[in-house]
Design a protein around this ligand. Structure first.
Ligand code: CND
Ligand code: ZN
Ligand code: ZN
Length: 374
């Protein structure tokens, strides 16, 4: 019985971004009011965690990274009513408090309780639940899944169907939901349309699945990694483009291929150049471009505003524009009814203690998603 007690367990601690994560014994405090302590069972490795390790996305250190997790509630703090010990849950980085301006608006999904764009790495009361070697550790995006136990706010915990397989649905905590929702909710891809997807990692591949589900007739996939292009064909990509095989800018290639530009374009890489290329790949009068990738801190997106005056729409979203606690369980239902197949996205599995190898697989481009098991 661990309820109310500090739990000592293994976690991957990022002390500095210049070194691999180090596996340490950490102490995890019991959950306070409105908080939930979760035993992590599975976690994916997302490109955003890698941006932190590469110095492009600054978060306070030392930190326990990881946000694409699935686990089981170990104990709950005072006042928690939406989950109970034993429940299967997902750890999402975007809360849904159901009270703020964004949550109360029909279209808002970016809850104001936490500013995910500028993470402070602490609980809402300004303190931490993790200690290692006498030092307090930060959390990552209110989640932290590279640890056997984590503590999260109830408002960021998504309750799951008790039959949901955690070693698969962990992808619904970020990558799949982000990509699929960007196509379905944010772009609102229409049947018969032409779509172009920049970046075919876990997020971009999920955009492809969303475009396909929405009935897109043509899906152009763009990546500099040939293996990613080959894999994406099985997901529904109809045309593969490697920008390295062309002398002219890739947006020009896309516009020529499609006549006048794609109906919908998506950026799932996280660089300014590819964001501009995605914008310029969509039709100048009615095209819609959705930015999903997280660009390096302090970078600025610059383009001639004429690109918009002709009629294009530029938008972006977190987590596929879903209201997390309301809508992610519906995606889980779809998964349970075999309407969603996550298997093609999961290319590798590793024990949690090999988390650094998982990042090597992501960086070398070998993995789409590597799922860690605890
Ligand atoms: P991952 O690294 O798996 O995929 C990126 C893909 O881009 C790889 O296949 C690369 O080969 C490819 N690539 C890199 N550079 C280029 C280039 N210049 N031209 C073409 N292809 C290139 O990352 P991921 O799929 O996990 O994440 C993708 C982005 O999405 C990343 O920026 C991440 O931070 C972001 C994201 C956003 C959100 C959100 O809510 N908006 C949530 N999670 C992740
Ligand atoms: Zn992510
Ligand atoms: Zn809110």
């Amino acid at each position: 019985e661990t309820t109310g007690k500090v739990i000592t367990c293994k976690a991957a601690v990022t002390w500095t971004i210049d070194a691999p994560m180090s596996i340490e014994d950490v102490e995890v405090d019991p959950p306070k009011a409105g908080e939930v302590r979760i035993k992590i069972i599975s976690s994916g490795i997302c490109g955003s965690d890698n941006h932190v390790l590469e110095g492009d996305f600054k978060v306070p250190l030392p930190v326990i990274l990881g946000h694409e997790g699935a686990g089981i509630v170990e104990s709950i703090g005072e006042g928690v009513s939406s989950v109970k010990p034993g429940d299967k849950v997902l750890t999402v980085f975007l809360p849904q408090c159901r009270k703020c301006d964004s949550c109360l608006h029909a279209k808002g999904n970016c809850c104001l309780k936490e500013d995910v764009r500028h993470p402070v790495g602490l609980m809402l009361d300004g303190t931490s639940r993790f200690t290692c070697r006498g030092r307090k550790l930060h959390n990552a995006f209110g989640t932290s899944t590279f640890t056997e136990y984590t503590v999260m706010h109830e408002i960021s915990v998504v309750k799951l169907d008790e039959a949901a397989p955690l070693e698969k649905v962990c992808l619904l905590a970020c990558g799949f939901t982000t990509g699929y929702g960007s196509a379905i909710n944010k772009a609102r891809v229409t049947p018969g349309s032409t779509c172009v997807v920049f970046g075919l990692g876990g997020v971009g591949s999920s955009v492809v699945l969303g475009c396909k589900a929405a009935g897109a007739a043509r899906i152009i996939g763009i990546d500099i990694n040939e293996e990613k292009l080959a894999r994406a064909k099985a997901l529904g990509v109809t045309d593969c483009l490697n920008p390295r095989n062309f002398k002219k800018p890739i947006q020009q290639v896309v516009v020529e291929m499609t006549g006048f530009g794609a109906d919908f374009s998506f950026e799932a890489i996280g660089t300014i150049d590819t964001m501009v290329a995605a914008l310029e790949s969509c039709n100048s009068s009615y095209g819609v471009c959705v930015i999903i990738g997280v660009a390096p801190e302090k970078s600025q997106l610059a383009f001639n505003p004429m690109q918009l005056l002709s009629g294009r729409t530029l938008k972006g979203c977190f987590l596929g524009d879903f209201k997390t606690r309301d809508h992610v369980p519906l995606l889980v239902d779809d998964y349970m009814k075999n309407k969603i197949n996550l298997d093609p996205l999961i290319t590798h599995r590793l024990p949690f203690l090999k988390v650094n190898e998982g990042f090597d697989l992501l960086r070398s481009g070998k993995s789409v998603r590597c799922v860690l098991s605890f």
